[in-house]
Design a binder for this molecule. Structure first.
Ligand code: C5P
Length: 208
């Protein structure tokens, strides 16, 4: 069984995807981390994330980079959003994601284009959304917990800019697959969001 969890940043999709993987006993891939690694690698190499050739070269990042805590920062998130517009980058990361999705037994993947491009055949497709203020608040608390000082208004502006870039890019823009179930987590706590997602997935695949 393939479970695709898509949605904008800080919508809760990562938490939901991890919980679904644990519930159904499936491996999980956070595909945003791959784009973040490419963005970080470009920065480390002193390259320009808006340059397609530099971004493509960065797709050969070492696997150890996936453990770099800096990957979770807002700065790297912004770089990821910029490198992800290049078709060559999306193509370079496609096989890795596709192989993970189609492994025997199935998998849970979260990202932006899992249900539309990477695994359109997924049995379960969730599109997780939340309002910008709700997402900014969550990100703000996460940052505070990590001891990073960022202004709430700055986070909200950054989220809105990334949403816009993800939605309007020519290649694999962020949108819900027609057969995806929409889950709005704006007013849901962590546990309630997970419970709702498990219910949707169980119904879609007729098991629990
Ligand atoms: O989900 P996360 O915030 O970690 O993703 C970082 C960036 O990577 C996103 O803003 C998006 O531009 C890009 N991304 C993508 N396709 C995916 C996952 C992430 O374009 N499947």
């Amino acid at each position: 069984m393939i479970i695709a969890v898509d949605g904008p940043t800080a919508s809760g999709k990562g938490t939901i995807a991890k919980a679904l993987a644990a519930h159904f006993g499936l491996p999980h891939l956070d595909t945003g981390l791959l784009y973040r690694a490419v963005g970080r690698q470009v920065a480390l190499a002193g390259g320009n994330p808006d340059d397609s050739a530099a971004a493509l070269t960065a797709c050969a990042f070492p696997d150890a980079l996936l453990d770099d805590p800096e990957l979770r920062s807002e700065t790297t998130g912004g770089l990821a959003s910029r490198v992800s517009v290049h078709p060559a980058v999306r193509q370079a990361l496609f096989e890795r994601q596709r192989a993970f999705a189609t492994q025997p037994g199935g998998a849970v993947l979260d990202g932006r284009d899992i249900g539309t491009v990477i695994a359109p055949e997924a049995e379960v497709k969730l599109f997780v959304v939340a309002s910008v203020p709700a997402r900014a608040e969550r990100r703000f608390k996460e940052m505070q917990a990590q001891g990073r000082a960022v202004a709430l208004a700055e986070i909200a502006a950054d989220l809105a800019a990334r949403d816009e870039r993800d939605r309007t890019r020519a290649e694999a823009p962020l949108f819900a697959a027609p057969d995806a179930v929409l889950l709005d987590t704006s007013d849901l706590g962590r546990d309630a969001a997970i419970e709702a997602a498990i219910a949707i997935a169980s119904q879609a695949c007729n098991r629990d």
